[in-house]
Write a protein that binds this ligand. Structure first.
Ligand SMILES: *Cc1c(COP(=O)(O)O)cnc(C)c1O
Length: 380
């Protein structure tokens, strides 16, 4: 059979083809390619969607994190707590500011950091926490915010994988002083290239971020700060405005597939757990199993792709081994997840999900027979 793509951006494009064409033509006709009314309109619409007072678009999600940290004046001598189990960008952004990332363990049921995993990483040098809303759901932000208040720490939500998600009736991106997102094509809200945004509750911080993203320039030829160039293209803004209109519908489609997967896989795998006070937009659908590598290899043979997010703890990556701070020696859930997780295809236009469920079931039956035992997941 023909392989199923892990992500099918083409089907999504076909669905909105007409609207996207019109939006792109509008930008071409205006010949205003960076900044301008299209970008401004997107920022307004993003603010409305999330409920945040200020949204500053930028070139990508990694820059968004860097801009947030720079605006908080995070620098050499500071420590910032980041998850050990996530994409590299949060730790990278901290290091690029000259500060030190300290890697917190995650929960093995929700895959996110919690107040208790963060707490054990706090030192007198800690200045901020980046809580990544992983695979589509937010961390338990209320208790994390309480902890940050107690210790006078800034809280940043990395909402690159959770744009559109809800936590206690509030949208992801609107849960902390600063939040960031990415519009990389495969994210819940994806552009036709790179893009990102910072969401902000504070007017002065928002002004700082805007300044930093445009060479620290207050007016043409006047540079108040050392910034850099991190702007969003008008073409990307136009595409994002179209896709934003369809996001809520796409989220429902994704949630339906995730529900179907959960029913199909419960008892065979440890299925993903969602906080009762939250929702997921299912940026990834991630299962755990001790025989992960065998299962993925067999799925591949049957034309079903899987992905491993994430195969190695960030604290063990060569890039971070020279960090001077004493890192946690053990993050036992991070290490367990790195060896056991795999993600199945899940997107709004996935029509083959029942076929995927059937193939997974067949593989698991054979695995159980050959191993002569019930190879049900093992709790750590
Ligand atoms: C994708 C991602 C980023 C970075 O986004 P880019 O736009 O690729 O720079 C940051 N954090 C998380 C958790 C991500 O998944």
């Amino acid at each position: 059979m023909t392989p199923i793509p892990f992500l099918d951006l083409h089907k999504q494009y076909q669905a909105y083809h007409q609207e996207i064409q019109t939006a792109i033509q509008r930008v071409l006709d205006s010949s205003c390619f960076i900044g301008g009314s299209e970008v401004y309109a997107l920022e307004e619409e993003l603010s409305q969607y999330c409920g945040t007072p200020y949204t500053i678009s930028c070139a990508n999600g990694t820059d968004a994190l860097r801009l947030a940290l720079m605006a908080l004046e995070v620098g050499p001598g500071d420590e910032v707590i980041v998850p050990d189990f996530t994409f590299v960008a949060p730790a990278e952004a901290v290091a690029l500011c000259g500060a030190t990332p300290v890697f917190a363990d995650v929960s093995h049921t929700t895959f996110t950091v919690s107040a208790s995993t963060i707490k054990s990483c706090i030192s007198p040098k800690t200045k901020a926490v980046i809580a990544v809303s992983l695979f589509g759901q937010c961390s338990a932000m209320d208790s994390i915010q309480d902890l940050c208040n107690q210790h006078d720490l800034f809280l940043i939500e990395d909402a690159a994988q959770s744009f559109g998600s809800v936590y206690r009736q509030k949208k992801s991106g609107n849960l902390s002083l600063l939040a960031t997102t990415s519009f990389f094509p495969s994210k819940p809200l994806g552009a036709f290239g790179d893009g990102g945004a910072v969401f902000c509750q504070d007017k002065e911080l928002a002004q700082q971020i805007r300044l930093l993203a445009n060479h620290g320039q207050t007016q043409r030829g006047r540079h108040e700060k050392i910034g850099f160039n991190s702007r969003l293209d008008a073409l990307q803004a136009a595409v994002l405005r179209v896709k934003l209109q369809h996001l809520d519908h796409e989220i429902i489609l994704r949630q339906n597939i995730a529900q179907d997967y959960n029913l199909a896989f419960q008892g065979i795998f440890k299925t993903p757990e969602i906080l009762y006070e939250g929702q997921s937009v299912w940026a990834q659908y991630t299962l755990q199993h001790p025989q992960r590598d065998t299962i993925c290899a067999q799925l591949k043979q049957r034309g079903i792709p899987t992905a491993i997010y994430y195969p190695e703890a960030l604290r063990k990556q060569k890039a971070f081994t020279n960090q001077t701070v004493l890192q946690p020696k053990q993050n036992k859930y991070t290490d367990l997840l790195c060896s056991q997780v795999f993600s199945l295809p899940l997107h709004a236009y996935l029509s083959e999900y029942t076929q995927i469920e059937d193939e997974v079931h067949q593989i698991m039956r054979t695995l159980n027979e050959t191993s002569g035992k019930n190879s049900e997941f093992s709790n750590p």
